[in-house]
Design a binder for this molecule. Structure first.
Ligand code: MRU
Length: 355
């Protein structure tokens, strides 16, 4: 089954599929400067929490590879600048900070061992490639755990794009759907278009269609109508950050889907890797919500659709954990009380990086 490849480390640089141009065009960019990787994350050339983490790790590796520093001290100073630039790109998805922390830890380890600069460069490239490989493995495991909860047949709903394009693996929410479909469950996916950036209509529809999984695109204001129909067996979405109590930030619009799902007795699931947990914050109230440009609301693909008036664009919302039936991770399935189940799953995972 077709799996999109949003990012790749190559000898020529970091190759990224431009998700702003999908589905009209499949355009790739090859980045040789970490600043361009940071810009690509900020401008949504690559997006989706785990994929942003992979891009950040590769951005760090690229910055170190291209650095002209001749001493460890010089490289360390540049390393801090590289990490800062990548950290300033998008504030909500904690995977970004998780990946940067991991690269920082590896750099510190290599510095302590007084490895030579060439060795440090190679080791950081390998670390970024490992981050990517691990995302593929975690997606597969999330898919296996989550597939058990999908209906044998009928409709399932998702939100935004939590597929291969968003992770670099098979996807989290779409990974669950993909595994369930491959197991023979006769699923039909309802795909809300996900205004304003249209990750549903452009990206999820593209991935499912190329993967041969039946789908229907709906507009965001049709969600209640379909959830009330009695035909939707489950909702499954990704996550950008999961607080200690299970409150979950995901693409704007997820909260209203979760509330409507509960109202209509449809189970609402989150599929996310443990790297998306932020157990340093007690509740979703503390999750920073990215505000993006108003022009992304007033314009579609460069065409103005509203007069020149103010427009709001919170890019994410927080779903309180009481609406979440279960959270699928690569280590198992968390259920309420989440404060206990998430801590258990996180196990020995190191504390998350500071934002
Ligand atoms: O703004 P985006 O497109 O980066 O938002 C993506 C989402 O909200 C996804 O649902 C989330 O990152 C999970 S991706 C596996």
């Amino acid at each position: 089954m077709y799996v999109a490849q949003p990012i790749e480390w190559t000898e020529d640089g970091v190759v990224v599929l431009d998700q702003r141009r999908l589905t009209a065009q499949e355009v790739h960019h090859t980045y040789t400067d970490y600043r361009d990787v940071a810009k690509a994350i900020r401008e949504m050339v690559i997006r989706g929490a785990p994929a942003i983490g992979v891009a950040a790790a590769m951005g760090v590796a690229l910055g170190v590879q291209k650095s002209s520093a001749k001493t460890l001290e010089g490289l360390a100073a540049e390393f801090a600048e590289i990490c800062d630039a990548l950290a300033q790109t998008r504030p909500t998805a904690v995977d970004l900070f998780w990946a940067l922390e991991r690269m920082r830890n590896r750099f510190a380890e290599l510095s302590r061992s007084r490895a030579d600069l060439a060795g440090i460069r190679q080791a950081l490239i390998r670390e970024a490639q490992e981050v990517h490989a691990e995302k593929k493995a975690t997606d597969e495991a999330i898919g296996r755990f989550g597939a058990e909860f999908m209906p044998r047949e009928g409709q399932v709903m998702t939100q935004c794009n939590a597929g291969a394009l968003a992770t670099g693996g098979i996807g989290t929410a779409l990974g669950v759907i993909r595994v369930a479909y491959q197991q023979g469950r006769k699923l039909h996916v309802l795909v809300p278009e996900t205004r304003p950036y249209l990750q549903g209509a452009r990206l999820t529809a593209w991935e499912l269609h190329r993967g041969g999984i039946p789908l229907t695109v709906i507009t965001d204001n049709m969600v209640g109508h379909f959830l009330k129909s009695g035909k939707v067996g489950a909702v499954v979405t990704g996550a950008d950050r999961v607080a200690a109590n299970g409150d979950t930030a995901n693409k704007i619009g997820t909260y209203q889907i979760a509330v409507l799902a509960k109202e209509n007795n449809v189970p609402f699931y989150i599929a996310a890797p443990v790297s998306t947990f932020d157990l340093t914050i007690a509740t979703g109230e503390q999750i920073p919500i990215e505000e993006r440009a108003a022009t992304e609301v007033t314009h579609i693909q460069g065409v103005r659709i509203a007069p020149d008036v103010p427009a709001a664009h919170p890019a994410f919302d927080v779903t309180p954990s009481r609406y979440i039936t279960a959270i699928f991770t690569e280590r198992g399935v968390a259920k309420a009380p989440y404060t206990e189940s998430l801590r258990e799953l996180a196990g020995a995972v190191p504390a998350k990086a500071a934002r």
